[in-house]
Design a binder for this molecule. Sequence first.
Ligand code: ADP
Ligand code: ZN
Length: 799
Amino acid sequence: MAQVYYYDIAMPVSPDRLFSYRSSQKVLRGCRVLVSLGNSFHTGIVWQRTKQPDPKLTYKSILEVVDEKPKISDNLLKLAEWMSKYYQCSLGQALSAMLPSAFNIQIQQQVKLIQKKQIPTSDGNPELIINELSKINWSDISALKQKLSMPATLFNEWLEKLEELNVIEIKRVFDAKIKKKIANFVIRKDVDDLPSLTSKQAEAWQIISQYKEPFLLREIVESVTRSVLKALENKGLVSIEPRELRDEEYQFKPARVKKEVTLTAEQNQAVKEIKKVISSNTFLPFLLFGITGSGKTEVYIEAIKQCLQENKTALMLVPEISLTPQMVERFFYAFGQEIAILHSHLNERQRWQQWKKINSGKSRIVIGARSAIFAPLGNIGIIIVDEEHETTYKQDKTPRYNGRDIAIVRARLSKSVVITGSATPSLESWQNVAQNKFRMLKLRQRPLEYELPKVQIIDMCDHKDPKILISQELRDKIQEKIEAKEQIILLQNRRGHSSFVQCISCGKLFICSNCDISLNFHSHHQELVCHFCGQKINLPRKCPDCGNYLFQFGAPGTQQIEKQLQLLFPQARILRMDSDSAHRRDSYDSMYERMQNGSVDILLGTQMIAKGLDFANVTLVGVVLADISLNVPDFRAAEKTFQLLTQVAGRSGRGQKPGEVIIQTYNPEHFAIQLAMQQDFEKFADKELKLRQILKYPPSQRMARILFTNPKEQYLREQLATIHPLLNKIKNYYDNSELTILGPVQAPMVRLQNSYRYHIIIKAASVQIISQVVNRLKENIKLSSSIKMSIDIDPYSLM
Ligand code: ADP
Ligand code: ZN
């Protein structure tokens, strides 16, 4: 009898377990296979050979073995194991985050009748299927299912049975989602003696002779007709072959700034320490704490050069928003085509190409946003996480990982250096330095001795008219800079025109019918827009409840500021950048271009413009209202405000001319605003860490959030009421100082997209306690399956 092998397969589904299948083929760990589970097909990853197949069980067979060689390396398999334990997701979910979605297999099934046979019927009637199949040869299964309009479960059950009884044959055609693009190429043959040609053929031959390499047929369709080409083919001069068409890869623009820099003493010191550790092949995390403009990027570049010299590879994460042409240019100048870039605007095919380039060793440097942390690099020498405090490193769907934290684990698994860098580090990393888990490297100065900008706070409470959003002080400064032909960046961290619309007479507030949050007014199309689900309605002319025509508008967004600026500075060239104006990647690039060549006076925008931009001619940064991020019910509100203000202030004075910053606020005494003015991160961190300790918030304690959702609130409440005894039992296990469980209570956004939301917040003294508690909850909780439960470890949003 033929040998049978059994495998445990990881599948991208939520049950936290492996699934066993059999196959007559030997398959390696980390290879993809196609299997059926329930009524659907999945791409699974072979996790291991099944240790002890149970002889009493019947195992389904693997439908197709897709890979000969593993698609996921051993180190990444280990990383997936860590992710699954830490983030409480299944192995398959962790693995599916690692591969581009193009690696999912698509399947087409065809069925054919082999023999007409009498089938014993216990449930339903397979004759329907047999009769239909006797009319045709091969039939597409989904088409057949549609035609018969049988219940899907019954249909599938019968197909399975008929296949077993050898009545039908099922053929499964599978393909990676990415189909090769094929096009016709013209290949010129070498001939010694030219046969006689008609004048048209001779003309065509002349054109074709100019090409040294095979070329695309479509390049000459306008000058050479098909029949002439055919004649040349018959005479043995050319051949026409379909070949795989290569896509254009990510195109680098030639480097504009060919700037060689001499490292400062501080930069040199940092580079020296990092190089030493790279050469020692040990795991060590650094925090590169350097003020904005202190030249952190140059340090990264030097460290990467060291890796290449030692034949190692390098991986650098940057927030999506910082992956600007400017940034890429600097790396391209240093490393050329060895760089692979992974950002969210690549299509599936381009992403797959980059993946192959990395996997084959052609690219030894990867730069990319969050998911690039899973790039298939071998022999990693360094992992860099730039702007490590950025919340965009946290993924907001399962698996809810943080790219920065994964970077640290991946570096540990590959015994490499990891650098987290920021001017405003996360308090988590700051605490890691204090606890000697990270080694700190400091850059205190800007090279070339550009001064940090001078910061001034304007108390908006002194300004009587709340409709005036730009104070006299800020207005004068803007005027002054425009006259001096210098540039201005203005931050207003809210998009749209205003945050809500309310009827003046009856007080009706317009809220989203799906989400129970107020609709924002967008003046461009006179629309009310839900910033959560995107629902849009036209602004009614009068109040639907009372018929009054007068509305009151909520807090101002970028569109409203833009209008005021246009009135105040009619000659100024103003550019607005927010996610409404910048839905295309090239609008960001063109903003950069226009700022660079001086065709914009005032750049106004949301946090999009607060980070990473480096324009020498920007000498004024204005913050229209600093309080927006402060007034959010989030324990990180002060931290986020401090970061945003410090980052945006750092956009000013990056050239020879000194920079200025004006911050408008209703809370001038708030420590986050005061310390941002003094640009004193260390003082801020000390103060904020003490507060977190008192309130048992991260990083002083660890946190998890478990969210429960269901469209019916009453039902959700009833179901959740039943888990109190379980929660109490768990609480009794631990000391009060070790564990706090809050809830279940309504989440701050209680209804989103027609679902009610309740949550539990867990705070614990250690990661171990968090995972014990969540595990006990997962194992013992009994809720109806209609209630969706999602687990978020180290959550960023508690909304
Ligand atoms: P950061 O990432 O810390 O904000 P950057 O690396 O972007 O800072 O550097 C800010 C500016 O200073 C850039 O224009 C960079 O080219 C320049 N720069 C960095 N290091 C040096 C140096 N040693 N000498 C001259 N210019 C430098
Ligand atoms: Zn909504």
